[in-house]
Write a protein that binds this ligand. Structure first.
Ligand SMILES: CC(C)(COP(=O)(O)OP(=O)(O)OC[C@H]1O[C@@H](n2cnc3c(N)ncnc32)[C@H](O)[C@@H]1OP(=O)(O)O)[C@@H](O)C(=O)NCCC(=O)NCCS
Length: 176
């Protein structure tokens, strides 16, 4: 989760703004591309999702992700995780609703970089959140998140989670 590669060091993540060209973004998953091109601005304006873009040095949008507040039922967590939490019916979490990299740039570490940025942002938030939850769009996305150490929720395997308590030490070790 470090950006030691010079190529990765040249990347930037910004809050999505009107200056970012979204028209030609193509991750290979139509629903994620359509959302980015047509819906994301409205969700941002209505405080439904906070959008962030991955930018190359020339301003090209190479990827995006969104974060929103959510909650998870204690009963939906694996028992070994739930056991460590207070017995509230629901606990607060952060939803990484969508994350995608333009397919021209797949396989270069950009997806991992974008995910690390999202996790770092969650850790820095002053609002308590027990875990980051992701909605894996398909099997490919599911494998990506498993590779990134997310665990499936037992009854809804399309949803995966990673406790922030497990993520924090990774950033402390890397000095990020
Ligand atoms: C999934 C996606 C974000 C990965 O982005 P990427 O830039 O190609 O991934 P990276 O190059 O950063 O890969 C990071 C690590 O994940 C692994 N990885 C990437 N895609 C993977 C996949 N589909 N399955 C398993 N592992 C995967 C890489 O091998 C790499 O592992 P390493 O750290 O051991 O080298 C990208 O393929 C994408 O945008 N796909 C379409 C949209 C999508 O499925 N989004 C998922 C959220 S809904």
């Amino acid at each position: 989760m470090t950006a030691s590669d010079p190529l990765l060091r040249s990347l930037r993540v910004d809050v999505l703004g009107p200056q970012h060209d979204r028209r030609h973004f193509a991750s290979g998953v139509d629903a994620l591309d359509r959302y980015f091109q047509t819906q994301i601005g409205q969700d941002a304006r209505k405080n439904i999702a906070a959008p962030f873009v991955l930018l190359l040095p020339d301003g090209t949008v190479a990827g995006y992700y969104t974060l929103s507040a959510t909650s998870v039922h204690l009963a939906d967590l694996p028992p070994e995780t739930a056991r460590k939490l207070p017995r509230y019916p629901v606990v607060p979490a952060t939803l990484l609703g969508r994350l995608a990299v333009d397919r021209r740039f797949h396989g270069r570490g950009y997806g991992g970089y974008l995910l690390a940025d999202a996790l770092r942002r969650c850790l820095r938030s002053e609002i308590a959140s027990f875990a980051v939850i992701v909605d894996a769009y398909d099997d490919n996305a599911h494998r990506f998140y498993e590779r990134m150490s997310f665990l499936a929720l037992p009854d809804t395997p399309r949803k995966l989670f990673r406790p922030l308590a497990d993520i924090a030490p990774l950033f402390q070790e890397s000095g990020a």
